[in-house]
Write a protein that binds this ligand. Structure first.
Ligand code: SIN
Length: 537
């Protein structure tokens, strides 16, 4: 019997003989740290195209504030970083991949320094290490509170000097083209001409980031609609750990801005959480207080908000002076001030919001997905390093370490096989009906359902309700003729919501970021294992 949902293989019809085609040795989808760094790791003799849905500067990585975890301090070691990652991951980390992560971190940071990335340094010139939740040592290297921007800006500026890398902006990857489980390229949608185009290649690296846009409140940008994960699923790749979704505890809660992150580094500098009555509450929830793992802090805030009937709690760092805060957190200080909050004097209103998906396209330590020539890297991939809950500042690091490994693997394959320009002849059409729904409205409704029933705290009743409502949309749109970018995004959002809900229902226990009131204990006997979703095609 075939596993998985009944789906059309491609969400758009096409005839390869009738649309424009372009060949590249390698295609990278996504322009965040994972995509751009991986492209730079492939030798310059190969022709690479980076396809990106918006402009190259727009990605989730650019918004990363805190930094990158690396055990470079003399008090620290890869072993301690390994231990902390496993502790946060709540029993589900892939230990082999975590070893790769912690052991290869320093070499990749060295590479960033060679590319000219400026991390903050102490007076004596050594790298400055900050602290974030669940780290036993100070090991977060940072560039003020805009680390992602500093790293991405530098990497993009290097990419722009490489003649072998073409940047294809406003180019949306609709689907992965495969033949006999081998990668043949990408069916893309050119947003400026509203037309389809085929990018042919035997190597596609998927680095499209996460799917925060499945939720009403997220720190992710608007492009984060899970497109790469969905195209991989439709092509027959395995997805893993979709039920584990990280909610960042401290996201600004202001009528004019509900998505601006207040970095965990602020708690790393000693900030404390207070409920609306001014009472500090974290000591009642965990011995590490404000620096407990993220899932613990988010749930504690959720409970406090419920207890007090409030929409938010407060973050208090008023014991630090203005000069210090302006210097250490220039962007957060300035942004809060623009909303009338002086963090040197005022408590910052915050509430949790979706931040990161631990799950994604299952890969091994070389980014291989099981489809020949198709690799995944960064948030869109599931290397297993995060387990059920990601340790802070391990995500940019993951993009670097596994991006380099993919670069090495792809270089070897290209060297062995040589350049192999080819053509394809595929005609695909499904029985589709005209659109009867408004994509924006469907997406808004899915966001509401996911936030209410598939958020920080879940239970069977809510998940079944979500399954029913999302299922209705799934049936309504699965054979719909998609013609706009928003239609394609809606298809992906509805598919992904369906798979997440299925996974969350299946996991009848609480672990890491997946908390169920009806199964509120961790059940190692039955559930110390991963849930995989795969479509047989
Ligand atoms: C933060 O600065 O709090 C975010 C860092 C991360 O997500 O790892």
């Amino acid at each position: 019997m075939k596993e998985g949902l009944l789906l059309n293989r491609y969400i758009a019809d096409f005839n390869s003989d009738e649309i424009e085609k372009e060949y590249h040795d390698v295609l990278v989808i996504g322009s965040g740290i994972a995509g751009v760094y991986t492209a730079l790791e492939i030798p310059e003799e190969y022709d690479i195209a980076i396809l990106t849905k918006e402009t190259i500067e727009i990605s989730n990585s650019v918004l990363a504030q805190g930094g990158i975890a690396v055990s470079l301090d003399k008090e620290d070691s890869p072993e301690l970083h390994f231990k902390d990652t496993l502790y946060a991951g709540a029993g589900l980390c892939d230990e082999e991949s975590v070893w790769v992560l912690v052991n290869e971190a320093a070499d990749n940071i060295e590479k960033l320094l060679e590319y000219g990335v400026n991390f903050d340094r102490k007076k004596q010139g050594e790298l400055a290490f900050g602290r974030e939740a669940a780290h036993s040592k100070n090991r977060i290297i940072h560039a003020g509170d805009t680390t992602g921007k500093e790293v991405c800006d530098k990497l993009i500026s290097v990419v722009r000097t490489r003649n072998n890398i073409k940047i294809k902006e406003r180019t949306f990857a609709i689907d992965l083209i495969t033949e006999d489980n081998k990668c043949k390229g990408i069916l893309a949608y050119d947003e400026d001409t509203a037309s389809k185009k085929l990018y042919l290649s035997n190597v596609v690296i998927c680095a499209t980031g996460g799917f925060g846009q499945l939720y009403s409140r997220t720190t992710n940008p608007e492009v984060a609609t899970g497109d790469g994960i969905c195209l991989a699923y439709r092509a027959g790749a395995r997805l893993m750990d979709l039920e584990f979704i990280q909610f960042h505890p401290t996201v600004l809660y202001h009528p004019l801005n509900k998505s601006f992150l207040i970095s965990e580094a602020v708690r790393g500098e000693g900030a404390i959480l207070r409920n609306i009555h001014g009472k500090r509450f974290m000591p009642e929830y965990h011995e590490l207080c404000e620096l407990a793992p993220r899932d613990v802090v988010s749930r504690a805030i959720f409970q406090e908000m419920k207890k007090t009937g409030a929409t938010n709690v407060f973050l208090d760092i008023t014991f630090k002076d203005k000069e210090y805060l302006e210097n250490r957190f220039p962007n957060i200080y300035k942004t809060c001030l623009s909303y009338g909050i002086d963090m040197a004097k005022d408590y910052i209103p915050v509430a949790p919001a979706e931040h990161y998906c631990m799950g994604g396209i299952r890969t091994d330590a070389f980014g291989r997905t099981g489809i020949e020539g198709f690799y995944a890297c960064g948030e869109t991939a599931c290397t297993g390093i995060h387990g059920a809950n990601r340790l802070a500042s391990n995500s940019l690091l993951e993009g670097l370490v596994f991006g380099r490994k993919i670069g090495q693997e792809v270089s070897k394959i290209l060297k062995d096989s040589g350049k192999r320009k080819f053509d394809i002849s595929i005609k695909y059409s499904a029985n589709r009906s005209e659109a009867t729904v408004n994509a924006d409205e469907v997406i808004r409704h899915i966001q509401k359902i996911m936030t209410e029933h598939v958020g920080i705290v879940r239970n069977r009743e809510g998940l079944l309700l979500a399954k029913q409502e999302v299922g209705n949309y799934f049936d309504l749109i699965k054979n719909m003729k998609n013609s706009t970018l928003r239609d394609y995004e809606m298809q992906n959002i509805v598919l992904l919501a369906t798979l997440i809900i299925e996974s969350a229902l299946e996991r009848e226990e609480s672990r890491g970021a997946h908390y169920r009131t009806d199964f509120n204990k961790t059940d190692d006997v039955n559930w110390k294992r991963n849930i995989i979703k795969k479509l047989e095609i």
